[in-house]
Design a protein around this ligand. Sequence first.
Ligand code: PHE
Length: 330
Amino acid sequence: MEQWIEKIEHSRDLEELEQIRIELFGKKGYFAQEFQRLKELPDEEKPGVAKELNSAKNRLYELIQRRKDLLLAQEIQRKMAQERLDPSLYDPKEFKGALHPVTYTLDRIIEYFLALNYAIESGPLVEEDFYNFEALNLPKHHPARDMQDTFYFRDGKLLRTHTSPVQIRTMEKQTPPIRMISPGPVFRRDYDLTHTPMFHQVEGLMVDEKGEVDFSNLKYILEDFLKYMFGDVAVRFRPSFFPFTEPSAEVDISCIFCEGRGCRVCSQTGWLEVLGCGMVDPNVFKAVGYENVSGFAFGLGVERFAMLNYRIPDLRILFEGDLRLLEQFR
Ligand code: PHE
């Protein structure tokens, strides 16, 4: 024991200390062997020896931790004394800022709808269950709630999983006709090539007297919008389901990478899904006390648009702040 303490206290750097740690706690280390040997002892001796071993183990472990903190601090001190920052390395003339690709894309989307006289609305990011789910025709225990993995707070509030709650808040405050978009961040418990826990959506909503807004208006606007965003693409509407719209559709554009012939990006289908939409469900109007109206709504992911537009293969790199990506947008 004493000799181990000595060894730890005299270790000169992190490497040496790590070596000692392995000698002590490694798979074939001192303690592993001691505990092996325990098996050979007579039963009545086992508890006493095991207790001693455990307390030695804890003590040495703590000593190593403490020594490690000290050596680490020393190392940082040494580095700070030795290393020097060379500010002449970068030419400030080369250091122009640029908008983030997501900001570019968002600006372009907003521009389109501003020109059609849509208002821009916003809502809280920490949202109430009522606005994020209940009023959108997603009652508690509705299986469709599983579609969105939600970050909940202890008090029952949540990080909004989509921008649709802003529809509800806007309809509560205003009377029809309504023409609005709501851009902003949303949050879901997701992380892979095409999902990040935070991303941006743009919600759209148009409501007017019953009969004034129908599916053909929705179809016209979205087709025009997608051609504005992606150039000369084909647009198709596929029947789908959202609890807050009926009927609902998902909208595809012909693949901009292979012009519809089929490639890896479109999984050989020739189509890319780009947004969700539909006619506002009567239950949603009921929740906000609207009568005798009709309306359409749509929602899209801004990062997905940016990825397609700029051919970015991994969504996560949009949030890593890597200058090699950002410099391309100067
Ligand atoms: N809120 C939906 C989503 O996050 C998108 C959507 C909005 C669909 C409005 C239809 C109408 O997936």
